[in-house]
Design a protein around this ligand. Structure first.
Ligand code: G3H
Ligand code: ZN
Length: 280
């Protein structure tokens, strides 16, 4: 069933679980993530970023994802990932998304508070929760020109209280698009943030997090853990391997089945580490 972000984050701290937000780009990976969630009887968040909605219009992608969510036996959130402007937020709301991330992390604190507050007003009027970011997670490729800044716990408190967000993305040692699980998590920062901020926290760039740390993070106030690159690698590597093995194959439907199985297995493994099935 289609549910909101707030629905799935409700007891995440008390029950010691986190819900993965998997970046999906179309029917195949979205379906694979839902099959994974159904196998564990756990909730899941399907997240679409700028790349996804520049490939497929948000009206079409939103329609595919919300229909998949509605026909699923487990709670599924359809989430806009790193929305950077009002127009994209409004389009996602119109397309039936049940969760919005507005990312003003590259703005000054005051500007970020001001614009996030406006997004919260708009989304809340439609009953849709909002995640926003303070500090900046940044990218493993420094050439992308995105500033990475660890979250200042005091600023996180001011930001959460000043905006009324439902979930808060913070930068505590990860970077987007890491291909190795080598992030060094700043637990000292997490502790400080947890004492000052009560809204559920969101971890970005979680492909880079070692398995043991994912288990620990599930027990903190991080309720949403964003994972993109790990699934993209599974899908892409599976296609390459199949094409390398069999030079005669050209039918994508033949190739997708195996790639979907690999994405599903990876999603299950991440959900087990995050204890997502404890939601029940
Ligand atoms: O917002 C999306 C995520 O933060 C995904 O990051 O691709 O590094 O796992 P990742
Ligand atoms: Zn992210």
């Amino acid at each position: 069933m289609l549910v909101t972000l707030t629905d799935v984050l409700k007891d995440s701290k008390e029950k010691g679980y986190a819900v993965p937000a998997f970046n999906v780009f179309g029917y195949e990976d979205a379906k694979a993530c839902i099959l994974a969630a159904e196998e564990l009887n756990a909730p899941v968040i399907l997240a679409t970023n700028k790349v996804a909605i520049s490939h497929m219009p948000i009206t079409i992608l939103g329609s595919i994802l919300t229909q998949l969510a509605e026909s699923s036996s487990v709670p599924v959130v359809v989430h806009l990932d790193h929305g950077k402007d009002f127009q994209t937020v409004a389009q996602a709301l119109k397309a039936g998304y049940s969760s919005i991330m507005y990312d003003g992390s590259q703005l000054s604190l005051d500007e970020n508070i001001k614009t996030t507050r406006e997004v919260v007003k708009l989304a809340h009027a439609l009953g849709v929760p909002v995640e926003a970011e303070i500090g900046a997670v940044g990218y493993s490729d420094p050439n992308l020109g995105v500033r990475a800044i660890l979250t200042n716990p005091e600023e996180a408190k001011v930001f959460a209280e000043g905006t009324g967000v439902d979930a808060l993305a913070v930068a505590v040692g990860t970077l987007h698009r890491m291909e190795e699980q080598s992030a060094e998590i700043r637990y000292d920062l997490i502790n400080e943030i947890e004492t000052l901020v009560s809204v559920p926290l969101v971890m970005h760039g979680s492909t880079g997090i070692p398995d043991e740390d994912l288990k620990k993070i599930a027990k903190t106030n991080f309720g949403k853990v964003n994972i993109g690159t790990a699934l993209r690698m599974k899908f892409g590597h599976s296609l390459r391997e199949q094409l390398d093995k069999n030079h005669d194959v050209y039918d994508r439907i033949e190739l997708f089945g195996k790639a979907m199985d690999e994405v599903k297995e990876e999603a299950i493994q991440k959900m087990r580490l995050l204890n997502t099935q404890n939601y029940q």
